[in-house]
Ligand binder design. Structure first.
Ligand code: ATP
Ligand code: MG
Length: 453
């Protein structure tokens, strides 16, 4: 087996060597070790050392005191930044997040003991030896997320770890060890969990969405009761049976749709939420004897918006996700006229088309029934919509051959709501017949509209 050292970049090996020359020791730790052991390329390298921050200033040419209170400095190697952190044990977390006091230690094992999960508590020393006191390598190979030490205490110290456990389970495609999962549920009641900020929850959700199967994280949050605290709206879907178009209940479908969706967090958030309105709109149809979910897209959009706001999503992201939920139901059939396709495009917004189709395909694949017919319909819609957009179809008032300027100059209209109404009527005509989108035709039509009043 090639030495782990071979996979560590020269800069990082230089840091470890230099520390040793100065009578100190250095290790690489945390996420980068986890990544290396999974044959993945780490995105950043964290170095731990028994040198104190003050000592490091003398050892390297360029040291930036980024987080000196927590024992972290940034060392520049040929201009490239590396975080080097002094070994520490941990004091109590009185606000549930930050340690009250940092106390430095000299033993790497003590530093590893304060870390959250066994897979994150492995170090590699400057000779390439693995230091793995908690069996992290074995857990990683077996696909197990396990708390370091006593799980209940570890979650009580820091509520964020509950969400990190769910996230790592998804990202690593792992199971959560039963004792650890039990403690996650118990941690719900603990004050530290309630102190986790909405931003941190959002970040963990976002990172979970990059997993091959994000459902692993959301199922874990559901089982442990965390989801009921963060997003009770979503829990309404559990056990909400559907109709002949679906093999799963609303929750199961949301999970399947999530996993079937391309690994783009924003799109996957829309997949998670797309049917959130179904439980509140479900009715038994007397005619078919089956459930209907009339207007669930609109109700769902109304529910998704405050949920995303609570989790402090940015306005732009929130608006995009809500719009995807609002328009996810595509009732396209081959007998739609071109004008119907243009009207649909105008309603959803042509810029949303690619994401909407990606969501609709995941929706079709997540029903637990053969998706072929749905997918064929979506292919056809995509082709037709693409042709109409390419042909320059006017889909908004902005695309009309005349605008407010012409209505003022040619018809002597005053700016105001009446002008907006005329333009809206012209757009209706052009949606029916794109051939009418010409200056002379539209001016004549505008005169007729104004005279008709
Ligand atoms: P990623 O960078 O993908 O989020 P990571 O494991 O590198 O994953 P970081 O937040 O960068 O996570 O933290 C680096 C290391 O610090 C972790 O591997 C873990 O050992 C430790 N750590 C981070 N957050 C916590 C926490 N809340 N409790 C205990 N240890 C933690
Ligand atoms: Mg990291």
């Amino acid at each position: 087996m090639p030495s782990l050292l071979d996979q560590i970049p020269d800069d990082v090996r230089f840091l470890l060597r230099r520390l040793r020359e100065q009578g100190k020791r250095g290790w690489i730790v945390g996420g980068c070790v986890r990544d290396l052991l999974r044959d993945q390329v780490p995105k950043d390298w964290d170095v731990a050392t028994d040198a104190r921050p003050g000592e490091m200033k003398g050892m390297f040419a360029r040291v930036v005191e980024t987080g000196i209170r927590h024992g972290t400095v940034t060392v520049l190697v040929d201009g490239r930044p590396y975080e080097v952190t002094t070994l520490r044990g941990e004091g109590a977390y009185s606000d549930g997040r930050r340690p009250d006091e940092v106390h430095f230690v000299d033993d790497i094992r003590q530093d590893l003991a304060r870390r959250d999960f066994t897979c994150n508590a492995i170090a590699i020393d400057s000779d390439g030896n693995l230091i793995d006191p908690f069996g992290g390598r074995q857990d990683l190979a077996a696909g197990i997320v396990r708390a370091v030490g006593e799980p209940i205490e570890r979650f009580a110290e820091d509520g964020l770890r509950v969400l990190r456990a769910a996230r790592f389970a998804a990202v690593l495609g792992a199971r959560i060890d039963p004792a650890t999962e039990q403690a996650m549920g118990d941690a719900r009641a603990h004050a530290t969990f309630r102190k986790v900020s909405a931003e941190r929850i959002r970040e963990e959700w976002w990172k979970s969405m990059r997993a091959r199967r994000p459902s692993v994280a959301f199922e874990a949050m559901l089982r442990t009761g965390i989801l009921a605290l963060i997003a009770p709206e979503l829990v309404e879907s559990v056990g909400c049976a559907q109709n002949r178009f679906h093999a799963y209940d609303v929750w199961g479908h949301a999970m399947a749709c999530l996993d079937a969706c391309e690994p783009e967090p924003l799109l996957r958030l829309a997949a998670l939420l797309h049917d959130v309105g179904k439980p509140r709109t479900r009715e038994l149809s007397a005619k078919t004897g089956d459930y209907t979910f009339y207007d669930h897209e609109a109700v769902g959009a109304q529910m998704a918006d405050p949920l995303l706001e609570r989790l402090r999503f940015g306005n732009d992201e929130r608006a995009r996700i809500v719009a995807l939920v609002r328009h996810h139901l595509i009732c396209y059939a081959s007998d739609w006229t071109d004008s119907a396709v243009r009207r649909w495009l105008r309603r959803v917004g042509p810029e949303q088309l690619p994401d909407l189709l990606r969501l609709a395909r995941a929706d079709a694949r997540g029903k637990g029934l053969p998706p072929d017919e749905d997918l064929a319909r979506l292919d056809e819609l995509e082709a037709r919509a693409g042709r109409l957009v390419a042909a320059g179809a006017a889909l908004s008032v902005r695309d009309l051959a005349i605008g407010g300027r012409e209505l003022i100059d040619e018809l002597g209209m005053q700016p105001g709501p009446a002008m907006g109404r005329v333009l809206a009527q012209l757009l209706e005509q052009v949606l029916d017949d794109p051939g009418r989108n010409e200056r002379a035709v539209l001016l004549a039509a505008a005169r007729a509209i104004v005279a008709g009043r």
